[in-house]
Each structure stands twice: as structure tokens, then as C-alpha cells.
Design a protein around this ligand. Structure first.
Ligand SMILES: NC(=O)c1ccc[n+]([C@@H]2O[C@H](COP(=O)([O-])OP(=O)(O)OC[C@H]3O[C@@H](n4cnc5c(N)ncnc54)[C@H](OP(=O)(O)O)[C@@H]3O)[C@@H](O)[C@H]2O)c1
Length: 250
């Protein structure tokens, strides 16, 4: 039997990335990329455990790559390591940070860290994987996790929003570069989703965000995972940003 195709998920150790990995697990071999070995081990164990219940266990169904994507050099190195692990059919760039601060009190480290992790790493990892997809000549699918903040902005998130708007522009231009090779590139712009990233939002603020969301709740990581799986199967969609925000930006 032919081996299952490979889906690489950066930020796959927790939150949205882990839910994306769970959505692809029945049909793909998974590579999780994150910076914290303990988080990767927990994520890998939980995926493998669910696999045991539904499918024949296989030792290489979930692999992990420890990589800190917060610098351009490290992200380039991670991209090379991903390519060395084998042919990638699906790449989901979900690794990201949201250290909120009004711009006038932001320091250089904060600005550089957010831009490098959210935007530069997405570009560098995609660059390495896209090259290998072109060489492989079997097409491919790239999904970049942006944010509704990159579309409509959010106070205290100017740098984060810039990084996420950059991800959308990157996605649209790259889809034009790679379409003729059968490689589709799309983005997802989630609204507020219940993960570690949003767990420290004060309750008053959270209530405001819920009130501003027509569906009246935060999204679940699984709802973003479903959207990523949908984009991987939507063979005539490329260059799009799919907004999954409960109506927040309507
Ligand atoms: N949650 C939301 O409401 C929301 C809304 C819109 C967009 N998003 C976007 O969705 C993506 C996932 O967010 P989330 O809510 O799932 O966040 P999360 O629960 O905080 O998880 C973040 C993930 O990114 C990884 N990561 C962070 N910095 C990294 C670095 N320097 N190098 C490698 N990996 C790194 C983390 O790995 P470790 O476990 O090693 O730390 C973890 O796997 C992000 O791009 C975020 O901007 C989230």
C-alpha cells in the first residue's frame, strides 16, 4: 500500500495547530513543528492515542521537529529540516505569537519577535517546502493561519495585525507564482478562538469580544482545523483568505 501523504503543521503542539493536525490525522502522516519539546511530546502522544482507537497504529504516523521560528536564520534552518524529513503534500503555517501592546510603548524586541515569528517564519518555511513541492511535481497545498486582525485591525495589536496582513498578501502573491505548478496557497483568518493564546484575555474584554461576534461565542480550534482540511480538499480554490470568525468582521 502507498504511504500516506505528509502534512506538516508548524505550531502543531497546541491550540489551532494541534486541532489542524487532528483533522489531517486520518488521511496523512503528520509532522508537528514547535519550539517546546514537552509540548510536542504531549501533542504527539495524544494524536497517537486517538489513532490507536480508530486505525492501525503505525510508528511513523506522527513525527516532531523542535524548532524555534523566532529568527530568520532559525526559520530557514527549520524549512531545510522539514524538507529533509520527506515529501510534504500539505503545509499549514500556524506557529504564531500575540504579545499585545500599544505601538507607542512597544520595544524593538517585541516588534521584531512578532514579525519574525508570524510573518518571516511563514515565508521562510514556505519557501523551503514550496521549492521541494515544485521539484516533486505532484502539486501541493499550503495554508497560512492569518487573523481577522490582519483584515480589520484591533487596538493594541498593530504589530500583530501587520504581521497577519502580511501573511494574507504573501498568500495571494504566492498563489499566483505557484498556481501553474498545481500548488494551491490559501489563508485562514480566524476570529477569537479558545486556545492558550486567548486564555489570558480579562473576562470583561472577553465579554466585549463575544458581544461583537454575531454567533455569540469564541470559536473552537476544531472549527479552524475543519477549515484547513476543507481548503486542502477544495481543488479549485487558491489565493483566498477564508474568514472563520463567527461573523465578527461581517
Ligand atoms: N487563538 C486565536 O484567537 C487566534 C485568532 C486568530 C489567529 N490566530 C493565529 O492562529 C495561530 C495559532 O494560534 P493559537 O491560538 O493556536 O496559539 P497557541 O495556543 O498559543 O499556540 C501557538 C503555537 O505556536 C507555536 N509557536 C509559538 N512561537 C513559536 C516559535 N518561536 N517557534 C516555533 N513555534 C512557535 C507554539 O509552540 P510551543 O508549544 O513550542 O510554544 C504553539 O504550537 C497563530 O498564528 C495565531 O496568531 C489565533
Amino acid at each position: 500500500m502507498a504511504p500516506l501523504p505528509v502534512a506538516v503543521i508548524t505550531g502543531g503542539s497546541r491550540g489551532i495547530g494541534l486541532a489542524v493536525a487532528r483533522a489531517f490525522l486520518p488521511t496523512h502522516r503528520i509532522v508537528l513543528v514547535a519550539r517546546t519539546p514537552a509540548h510536542l511530546e504531549t501533542a504527539s502522544a495524544s494524536l497517537t492515542a486517538s489513532l490507536n482507537r480508530t486505525d492501525a497504529a503505525s510508528s511513523d504516523r506522527v513525527r516532531c521537529l523542535v524548532a524555534d521560528l523566532s529568527s530568520i536564520t532559525a526559520a530557514k534552518h527549520a524549512g531545510d529540516e522539514i524538507v529533509a524529513m520527506g515529501d510534504t503534500e500539505v503545509l499549514v503555517n500556524s506557529a504564531g505569537v500575540a504579545t499585545d501592546a500599544p505601538l507607542i510603548v512597544s520595544n524593538m524586541d517585541h516588534i521584531q519577535g512578532v514579525l519574525d515569528t508570524n510573518l518571516t517564519a511563514t515565508i521562510m518555511v514556505t519557501r523551503a517546502v514550496a521549492k521541494s513541492m515544485v521539484r516533486r511535481k505532484k502539486g501541493g497545498c499550503i495554508v497560512n493561519i492569518s487573523s481577522v486582525a490582519g483584515i480589520k485591525g484591533n487596538s493594541g495589536q498593530s504589530v500583530y495585525s501587520a504581521s497577519k496582513a502580511g501573511v494574507i498578501g504573501f498568500t495571494k502573491s504566492l498563489s499566483r507564482e505557484l498556481g501553474s505548478r498545481g500548488i494551491r496557497v490559501n489563508a485562514i483568518a480566524p476570529g477569537y478562538v479558545d486556545t492558550d493564546m486567548t486564555s489570558s484575555i480579562p473576562s470583561v474584554k472577553r465579554a466585549e469580544y463575544v458581544a461583537a461576534t454575531p454567533l455569540g461565542r469564541f470559536g473552537t480550534p476544531e472549527e479552524i482545523g475543519h477549515a484547513a482540511l476543507f481548503l486542502s480538499q477544495a481543488t479549485y480554490i487558491t489565493g483566498q483568505c477564508l474568514v472563520v470568525d463567527g461573523g465578527l468582521s461581517a
